[in-house]
Design a protein around this ligand. Sequence first.
Ligand code: COA
Length: 224
Amino acid sequence: MLECAVRWAVPVDEPQMRALLDGRERDRYDRFLRPEDKARFVTGRFLARTVLAEAAGLAPESIRFTTDCPHCGGTHGKPRLPGSDLDFSLSHSGDRVVLVLAEGAEVGVDVERESDRDIDSLAKMVLTAAEREALAAMDDRRRGFHAYWSRKEALLKATGHGLAAPMTSIHVSAPDDPAAVLAWDGEAAVSPVRLADLTPGPGYAASAAVLTDRPLKITETFFE
Ligand SMILES: CC(C)(COP(=O)(O)OP(=O)(O)OC[C@H]1O[C@@H](n2cnc3c(N)ncnc32)[C@H](O)[C@@H]1OP(=O)(O)O)[C@@H](O)C(=O)NCCC(=O)NCCS
C-alpha cells in the first residue's frame, strides 16, 4: 500500500501566509491582477509549505521549492522539495485548493470547477475517439468531460509535463467506472500508474495520479 495524503483548503489571502513566500513567489503573487488568483496561489504555497514542513520535520519558513522545467530549463516546472523523497502536487480552481503528498513516488493532482466551456471543441483536444463516443452517451456531459480532464491532467502533473504533452495520447476509463489508465502512448507515457478520483464536492471534478504499481491508500482531510 502506498499512503497518499490529500489536503483540501479554501483560498484565503492573509499576511502570515504571504510572509512565507520567497522572493520569486512574491513577485508572482504581485503580478496576479485578480484577488482570487492571488488567494489561490498564496493558499497553495502555504498549504504545501505547512504540510511538507510537518512531513519532513523542517520549519515552514526554511522550505524552498524548485520549479525547474526539465524540457526547456525555464522556471515553470513541477514544484519540488529538493533533497527529499517526498513528492507533492498542487492544484486550484474556483473555491478549491488541493495538495497531494506521497513518499517515494511521483504524484499529481488536478481539481477542475465544472464550467460552461465549449465541451465539443475541447473534447477534440482532450479526448480519444472512444472517450468522445462514451461522453456523447452520457446524460451529464459536463460532469463527464471534467472527470476525464481531471484524470488526464493529474497524470501529466505527476510526470511534470503538464499541458505540454497531448491529452489525446492518454486513454482513461469512462467517468462512471473506477479511474484507470487503459492505454497511453507518446513521449510522456509512463508505466505503472495508479489513478484515483477524489471528493471535491458538487460542481467540481478532482483526481490524483501516482507513478507506482502499489495500491493506493488515500486519506482526504480538510486543512484549517
Ligand atoms: C501544470 C499546468 C498543467 C497547470 O495547469 P492549471 O490547470 O492552470 O492549474 P492547476 O491549478 O491545476 O495547477 C497549478 C499548479 O501546478 C503546479 N505545476 C506547475 N507546473 C507544473 C508541472 N509542469 N508539472 C506539475 N505541476 C506543475 C504548480 O504548483 C501550480 O500551482 P502554483 O500556482 O502554486 O504555481 C500548466 O501550468 C502547465 O501545463 N504548465 C507547464 C507548461 C509547460 O511545460 N510548457 C512548455 C515547457 S517547455
